[in-house]
Write a protein that binds this ligand. Structure first.
Ligand code: DHB
Ligand code: MG
Length: 228
């Protein structure tokens, strides 16, 4: 075993020992549904979800948007991190994933709405087309972008107009498996996806508009606070 693997497994072991539970038991149920679709690999990990939850609670967010629901694990994490009566609007294009996610959300509402008032609104369809339909609910306190990798800059255009000052913009997969970093053996992503993701990162790195950083998670996580 390489030394890095030893360190990683020690870290993983320690992480799980101090965080034995996720935000809600429905997170595990949702990940199981992702696994049944063969999509567990693109579901946010416990560690990544906890980064999101910590930032969302730290910013006292009440109204949040997610692009790319999959089966709802991250949505439940986001919802549990919002203030009481917080609302999440989450967008999913794939009908099978949306159906599985809606089951999780129905269970979530029957379990928790009575005491926390938190709600998850699932929007089925292409987020670029559907985001305007929720604008009257804004301005929003943050957005988590994890959808179509070639549309990240369009999601960002929308966020710039519909998030409050101090709002959070968090993007998953911003390294595109290493392609964005210039690693050449990644043919999985198209030149368009790579150029869009580089532009997305560069726009959020602008210190006049954002305080931000790249977190070197396995997939790369962009974390930005909107300054204006
Ligand atoms: C892919 C998408 C994701 O959101 C992710 O976290 C990993 C991979 C993909 O489309 O390949
Ligand atoms: Mg992702």
């Amino acid at each position: 075993m390489r030394i890095q693997d030893t360190i990683k497994s020690n870290f993983q072991h320690y992480f799980e020992s101090i965080y034995p539970f996720e935000a809600n038991p429905l997170v595990g149920k949702s990940r199981k549904a992702s696994e049944e679709f063969g999509k567990l690999g693109i579901s946010m990990s416990h560690l990544e979800s906890r980064i999101l939850g910590t930032l969302i609670r730290g910013q006292s967010c009440s109204k949040f948007v997610e692009i790319g629901t999959l089966t709802g694990a991250t949505a439940v994490w986001i919802a549990e991190s919002l203030q009481e009566n917080g609302q999440l609007w989450t967008f999913e294009k794939d009908l099978k994933h949306a159906e599985a996610a809606q089951k999780i959300f129905d269970e979530y509402h029957s379990q928790s709405s009575g005491h926390s008032g938190r709600r998850i609104h699932l929007k089925v369809g292409d987020a670029v087309e559907m985001l305007p339909t929720i604008e009257s609910e804004g301005p929003f306190d943050g957005i988590f972008i994890d959808g179509n990798k070639a549309a990240y800059c369009q999601y960002l255009d929308w966020a710039e107009l519909n998030l409050r000052k101090g709002g959070l913009i968090i993007g998953d997969n911003v390294f595109l498996g290493g392609a964005v970093l210039g690693e050449l053996d990644h043919s999985k992503f198209s030149p368009k996806q790579i150029s869009v993701m580089r532009e997305f990162n560069l726009r959020l790195a602008n210190p006049e508009k954002y305080m931000s950083t790249l977190l070197p998670t396995a997939e790369g996580l962009m974390v930005a606070v909107k300054l204006t």
